[in-house]
Design a protein around this ligand. Structure first.
Ligand code: ADP
Length: 660
């Protein structure tokens, strides 16, 4: 086993690798960008080195520098995590050349699986089933269109160098092909520096089922069973589980065998994942092989009891696989959700900011949280906005679903928008509960998964009212409150006050009064007793419950009974400030780069017409016309870096038609 390794990554995966290293008494060296100097993975590692500015290309992707750091620190090996340099054959080669062990497969295996097109040709030869498609080198737009026409629509265009759901476009008809191809190539160039694409028949309602394989340097290759990652949004995984619902032993064995054959065909060593799409009939087709540890590997760990990072370290240091194939078995069921700093109400736009409050369910045999951040940390625009992965285990799928719902209900996050409630609605959805998940489920059910705006239960307003009064009393006590003068709260004063609160578009008046030496809220005796941190015991009439309160009265986050609302107090003394900004749609929603401008200044467009495309946080965002009207002038050009809120163009909406 190694004595010391360098982890060429950041965030939750760097932290997760450090956890295993600690358990195995392997010392760890972290690397960080200037933006990550105070990040959790840096705090956790034994040593850490700054490798450059925030941009990944100048820090986490600087292979030579990372290798130099490993040598300087005396690390024998480099673990690349996932993303960044994990599937970069040049980096793996450079490690070998420098005498540092790359914790991953041989360079040739990375190369063989790296380009999706070449990998598919290779798998075809090895007898692994493929979706009908075009994987050739001729990238002429007309040739590609002709191939798509031959394959038939719907078809999918994929960046050959793509990954993580990026660089893919579904094309529904021949006349849409050219535009989708251009957009796909643009994203591929920007994200992967290579615009080579392949085309495949697009299967409707397939499932994504992948096999975790492991191979050692002594010729053993095993399958550690499947994961179902069908719950996807825009081809990015949202929920993963193991085992896959509805798969029987025979199909499991067939898929495991195909995956091991794929791995053997490239003399694979280490952890790898062979991804298939499967249809209802039980047929499955090879999509790609990821030659690294996968984001969703924890569900496999939960059902097998193995630590896959430990397996990686053992295999890389030359040991045989830790278990005989006959000792591999599935125990129970595990589900993982990816908790993202994003706003489901605004098209899942990444949400950046400081995690002012972050409380997760306690870790146990049933619940695991893999996170790269803690309360107080920043989600920055520089990297993937994942907050954490929440993983649960239970004896069967139905029990695991309940576990996940209760774990999500225990989650408290303030400071960034996040998808926690969205995930809970997805897990609780009848179709998910029934295990009938396909890759289109989320898009199809978006309406039922969208946040309902139910009446906010009274308890949230009661808690907010009591918290406001407590704040005021505290300020009176320190002599700092304006209320000391205008209001004169005193115990036993037998007076009442009406407080107005809003939650989203709901407004509620709460009447508070002092009587019989006690506070009465909406006619009941009420009190808020501090417990620990942000937690309080709300006593209301003859009932009690836990609540958590975060933030000031103007934007108080109240957590109770597994729900969370932001309750705002309408301060009668404060100026009401907010004015609707009709230009809001035309400004950059986040910092990014302008990649395309679709119309000339002066062009007249219909409402919803894409006006320009920007790239932000590795995503393409399309800014559309807010109404039908004219683009008067652009305030940006292709290639410009724009800050959040920067004006992008001036738009004049058509005057309403009054002729009729
Ligand atoms: P990435 O490398 O970005 O993960 P993949 O090739 O693995 O890209 O595909 C990601 C997802 O896209 C799959 O899980 C599936 O949902 C969808 N997908 C890919 N190919 C097809 C196809 N031919 N038909 C239908 N869906 C597909």
């Amino acid at each position: 086993m190694f004595k010391k390794i360098l982890i060429a990554n950041r965030g939750e995966i760097a932290c997760r690798i450090i956890d295993s290293c600690r358990r195995l008494s392997v010392r760890t060296v972290a690397v960080y960008s200037e933006a990550d100097a105070a990040a959790r993975h840096v705090r956790m590692a034994d040593e850490a080195f700054c490798v450059g500015p925030a941009a990944s290309s100048e820090s986490y992707l600087r292979g030579e520098r990372l290798i130099e750091m490993a040598q300087r620190a005396g690390a024998e090996a480099i673990h690349p995590g996932y993303g960044f340099l994990s599937e970069n054959e040049a980096f793996a080669q450079a490690c070998h050349d420098a005498g540092v062990i790359f914790i991953g497969p041989p360079v040739e295996a990375i190369r063989a699986m790296g380009a999706k097109s070449a990998a598919k040709r290779l798998m075809d030869e090895a007898g692994v089933p493929l979706v009908p498609g075009y994987h050739g080198d001729d990238q002429d737009a007309e040739r590609l269109q002709a191939e798509a026409d031959r394959i038939g629509y719907p078809a999918i265009i994929k960046a050959s160098a793509g990954g993580g759901g990026k660089g893919m476009r579904v094309v529904r008809s021949a006349d849409a092909f050219a535009e989708e191809l251009a957009s796909c190539q643009r994203e591929a160039r920007a994200s992967f520096g290579d615009d080579h694409v392949l085309i495949e028949k697009y299967l409707e309602r397939p499932r994504h089922i992948e096999i975790q394989i492991f191979a050692d340097q002594h010729g053993h290759t095993v399958s550690l069973f499947e994961r179902d990652c069908s719950a996807q949004r825009r081809h990015q995984k949202v929920v993963e589980e193991a085992p896959a619902p509805g798969i029987d032993e025979a199909q499991r064995a067939r898929m495991g065998e195909a995956a091991c054959n794929a791995a053997r065909a490239v003399d694979y060593v280490g952890a790898g994942t062979v991804e298939f799409i499967a249809d209802d009939s039980g047929a499955f087709y090879f999509m790609e092989m990821n030659t690294r540890l996968q984001v969703e590997h924890p569900v496999t760990e939960m059902i097998t009891g193995f630590d896959l990072v430990e397996w990686q370290l053992r295999v890389a240091s030359g040991e045989p696989l830790p278990r005989e194939p006959s000792a591999l078995a599935i125990d129970g069921h595990a589900i993982e959700v990816r908790l993202y700093a994003e706003d489901p109400a605004r098209g899942f736009l990444p949400s950046i900011g400081r995690l002012a409050h972050f409380v997760a369910p306690p870790a146990s045999a049933h619940v695991r949280l893999d996170s790269g951040v803690e309360q107080g940390d920043e989600i920055t625009p520089h990297y993937d906005p994942m907050i954490a992965k929440l993983i649960v285990w239970d004896v069967d799928r139905a029990a695991a679903v309940e576990r996940m719902l209760s774990a999500l209900a225990d989650l408290q996050i303030v400071g960034v928008r996040h998808n926690g409630d969205f995930l809970a609605r997805l897990i609780d959805h009848d179709v998910f509960r029934a295990g009938k998940v396909d890759t289109g489920l989320i898009e199809r059910e978006m309406e039922t998964l969208a946040p309902a705006s139910p009446d906010v239960p009274a308890v949230f307003f009661h808690a907010a009212a009591l918290a406001l009064l407590a704040d005021e009393r505290a300020r009176v006590a320190t002599g700092a409150s304006p209320w000391a003068a205008v209001d004169g709260w005193r115990l036993n004063a037998r007076q009442h006050r009406t407080l107005v609160f809003t939650a989203g578009d709901q407004e509620r008046e709460i009447r508070v009064a002092y009587a019989d030496d006690a506070l009465h809220v909406d006619g009941e005796r009420a009190a808020l007793e501090p417990s620990e941190g942000a937690r309080y015991r709300l006593i209301y009439g003859a009932s009690q419950q836990d609540v958590s309160l975060v933030g000031p009265a103007a934007a108080r986050h109240v957590f109770a009974a597994g729900a969370h609302y932001e309750i705002a107090w309408r301060d009668p003394l404060a100026e009401a400030g907010a004015v609707d900004d009709p230009q809001a749609e035309l400004t950059a929603p986040m910092p990014g780069t302008i990649v395309a401008i679709n119309h000339d200044a002066g062009a007249h467009v219909e409402a919803g017409t894409p006006i320009l495309v920007m790239e932000a946080m590795k995503m393409e965002l399309t800014i559309k016309a807010p109404a039908s009207g004219t683009v008067v002038r652009y305030d940006c050009a292709v290639g410009d870096q724009v800050g959040e809120g920067a004006e992008l163009f001036e738009f004049e909406a058509d005057a309403p038609d009054t002729s009729a």
